[in-house]
Design a protein around this ligand. Structure first.
Ligand SMILES: *[C@@H]1O[C@H](CO)[C@@H](O)[C@H](O)[C@H]1NC(C)=O
Ligand SMILES: *[C@@H]1O[C@H](CO)[C@@H](O)[C@H](O)[C@H]1NC(C)=O
Ligand SMILES: *[C@@H]1O[C@H](CO)[C@@H](O)[C@H](O)[C@H]1NC(C)=O
Length: 501
């Protein structure tokens, strides 16, 4: 893009320019109120389209700037103008969102019955707190949120030894970052997506708490790795026998429409014989790793790890986060591992070395002198939260960062994120290739405050989608899961072995 172009390089551009020039002239003549009238007559969707076009221009502008024109003052000038235009449109959209909030969304809070649509209000309980977010969200949402039909999910009623017995005894099974196997089971049972008639089901959820079971034998009973895996393998096989023998639905599709929750980085491999038994089924897993063969992006669904601490996931506690960001960047976690550079490919120690002289960055080994509350507080103070890979690409701190309005900086080449069909990650997160970590500091320092704020506003729109609200509600992770399932609904139910006549 050339800096001399100004008005006229594209139709959208032209219309914004005209709008701005007209507004400026009118402000000069009649004052603010008239501009308001002028703007009110512009439809919402076109304002949003304009905003998004401005933002992508900014991105193109910046990449051009970085390549060839760094330091050219007229570029800097033009960039500033662009940001101001973005800011103005954003304020307008926000003002409209407020109007909307005072009107519609909370009136709808009696919304009892599900309308079958997933883009529209669902049957989840509404609280006032949520209404505010809902109004904000609905006003800023993309012009055409896809309409999806609520899928129908049948939940197998397995004996409680396969699931609830353990979760009742050990609360960690539902509260730590692997708690989603318990969570999804309960959420499906309560959801309006649930059907008790398997004949009409699109999907079948098989509630086996495998991660909890494995933990019980390996960590609690200290039975050793091999034995614990053998027991867990057995658990799955026995449960699957029930599913296969007592119902015709598994054999019909060879399990293609059956869902399993595997909440840990090991995914389905906690069930040693998974490939033979459930290789065609849908896995819910936090590990969207493109390099492993037990995650398949076409079949499986990436879910957020579970953050069950209310200080992170409650809208009210998010609202209380201070706006002040006095740290440039933040990380606390494992840096040095006794297995050396096999862990994090040696990237975490290298980042620490790179950052050693920076006074406004905390990059430290996790330690007992900073508890969860301290961790949350420090994270909230940071502009950027570093999320380098550990053993595997995904890390819970990515979601914690979004929840604390800290811009996540991902260093994990092969990662796939949850809900990528609906969330444009480049609008708020930063991703740096593992081979380019020496550009990290420059990248973060170089991002102007206005741009940081834009990214925080983007996070305000999506953060709820990573949370597991209690009970589940519209817009949270469970709701997003239903939307993903809706996309995977298949009408074809016949396996290879069927005789058709
Ligand atoms: C708010 O409600 C009033 C009266 O029902 C209506 O005229 C107005 O258009 C509504 N505003 C928005 C932004 O929906
Ligand atoms: C499904 O197939 C398995 C193995 O072929 C068989 O043992 C089982 O009885 C079948 N289930 C039903 C309900 O027919
Ligand atoms: C940090 O400062 C020390 C002492 O001035 C210097 O030797 C070292 O190279 C610096 N490290 C980085 C990454 O800039």
């Amino acid at each position: 893009m050339e800096n001399s172009k100004g008005c006229g390089s594209s139709t959208v551009w032209l219309s914004i320019c005209l709008l701005l020039i007209a507004s400026a002239a009118i402000v000069a003549t009649y004052g603010y109120a008239t501009v308001q009238v002028l703007k009110d007559s512009i439809p919402h969707s076109s304002l949003e389209a304009t905003l998004s076009s401005l933002r992508s221009q900014l991105v193109r502008f910046d990449s051009h700037l970085a390549e060839s024109e760094a330091g050219n003052p007229s570029y800097a000038e033009r960039r500033k103008e662009l940001l101001l235009e973005i800011q103005e449109l954003r304020l307008e959209l926000e003002a409209r969102a407020e109007l909307l909030g005072s009107n519609s969304s909370c009136r709808r809070s009696g919304r009892a019955q599900n309308t079958q649509g997933l883009g529209s209000p669902s049957s989840f309980e509404q609280s006032n707190e949520w209404c505010e977010i809902d109004a904000h969200e609905s006003a800023l949402r993309k012009p055409h949120p896809p309409e999806l039909h609520l899928p129908k999910v049948f939940v197998y009623n397995l004996p409680s030894t396969f699931n609830r017995d353990m979760a009742r005894k050990f609360s960690r099974c539902s509260t730590d970052q692997y708690g989603t196997e318990v969570w999804f089971h309960e959420a499906f049972l309560q959801s309006s997506a649930r059907t008790t008639d398997p004949e009409e089901a699109d999907f079948f959820f098989v509630p086996i708490y495998g991660e909890c079971f494995l933990w019980f034998w390996e960590m609690h009973k200290k039975e050793g790795r091999q034995k614990s895996f053998d027991y867990t393998n057995q658990l799955f096989k026995v449960a699957l026998n029930i599913v296969r023998k007592e119902h015709p639905y598994w054999n019909r599709t060879e399990g293609r429409d059956h869902i399993f929750s595997f909440p840990g980085a090991r995914g389905p491999t906690i069930f040693s014989d998974w490939r033979t038994h459930i290789g065609k089924s849908i896995f819910l897993t936090p590990e969207g790793d493109r390099t492993i063969d037990y995650f398949n992006t076409w079949k499986d669904i990436v879910i957020p790890g579970m953050e069950s601490d209310p200080v992170f996931y409650l809208p009210s506690s998010r609202a209380a986060i201070s706006k002040e960001k006095d740290l440039l960047a933040y990380f606390r976690g494992t840096i040095d591992h006794w297995e050396g550079n096999a862990y994090s490919k040696g990237i975490r120690p290298r980042i620490r070395d790179l950052l050693q002289n920076e006074t406004d960055i905390i990059f430290k080994q996790a330690s007992s002198d900073c508890d969860r509350e301290c961790y949350h507080r420090e994270m909230s103070r940071a502009n950027f939260c570093l999320c380098p890979l550990g053993w595997t690409p995904w890390t819970l701190r990515f979601y914690q960062a979004v929840m604390t309005r800290c811009i996540p900086v991902v260093v994990a080449d092969d990662i796939e994120f949850p809900w990528e069909n609906e969330i444009d990650y480049s609008r708020f997160a930063i991703k740096v290739p593992e081979a380019k970590i020496d550009t990290l500091v420059e990248l973060m320092r170089g991002m102007p405050e206005e741009e940081r704020e834009l990214r925080r506003l983007e996070m305000d729109k999506v953060w709820l989608k990573y949370t597991y609200q209690r009970p589940p509600r519209e817009g949270d992770a469970f709701h997003m899961l239903l939307r993903e399932l809706a996309r995977k609904t298949r009408r074809f139910k016949h396996s290879s072995q069927y005789t058709w006549t």
